[in-house]
Design a protein around this ligand. Sequence first.
Ligand SMILES: [Zn+2]
Ligand SMILES: [Zn+2]
Length: 308
Amino acid sequence: MIRVTFLGTAASRPTVGRNVSSLLIQRGGEPLLFDCGEGTQRQMMRYGTGFTVSDVFFTHLHADHFLGITGLLRTMGLQERSEVMRLWVPTGGTPIMEQAVHLGVERVPFPVEVKELEAGQRVARAGYDVIAFATQHGTRALGYALVEHERLGRFDVARARAMGVPEGPLYGQLHRGLPVQVGGRTINPTDVVGPPRPGRRVVYSGDTRPCRATADMSRAADLLVHDATFGAEEADRARATGHATAREAAELALRAGALRLVLTHISARYAEDHRPLEREAREVFPATRVAYDGLVIEVPYADADADE
Ligand SMILES: [Zn+2]
Ligand SMILES: [Zn+2]
């Protein structure tokens, strides 16, 4: 299971309906937080994500993306947390993040590690990696891709039966790539197991112009979450401020062959009605929606296998 919860979807400042940036991705029960704008902890309560997060990945250190970490850490301290918290920031971001960690308290009662990431670096986890890539936002900024490892090939039960393999441990051996003996014959894995299948890929652009690195990372992505601060009528402003328009995000998703696009970091000028952004993007890339606070997206395997 991969579940993406949009905790904050506003650009630059909160509105009545939207909080500033934060995104929570849960994979197999393990939650990862991406950006932590002011008030994120309250959004986590509101949308029931729990506070078991141990890694926060910051796209960049503009205030609307990190001010919430101070309050979140204070609350975790009050809850007598003892587990380490890792805060991942773009290169050079340590001094600002250290200030945010220590602001307004004598001592943080649990270990907090601030770690810098450069484009191309990956954080290895069980079954997947989080890969940082360089984006274009007029400051040091990263996007992040959660990329699952390849899965085993599809196991053809009918064919295994037809070849006389008894149900049980031999199935597992074949699936893991080991030949087995049945009635004096050797059955090879390739007889009953298909080629390895790609895992899922979820990409979060953070604040950025549409750029090559995001497109490269989003090849066949199951889900792309992209900056769409403005509509096409504000294209100049998007360029000047290092953001994307809804149409530009859609064009990038189309070029990359992504399966689904969710637009976020929505300017306050669309607070009343975000549908123009959605319409604009869907003309280019129909599988688009505009995020709202509390939106939850489940990301299934593209080949929707029942055997996993
Ligand atoms: Zn921002
Ligand atoms: Zn920014």
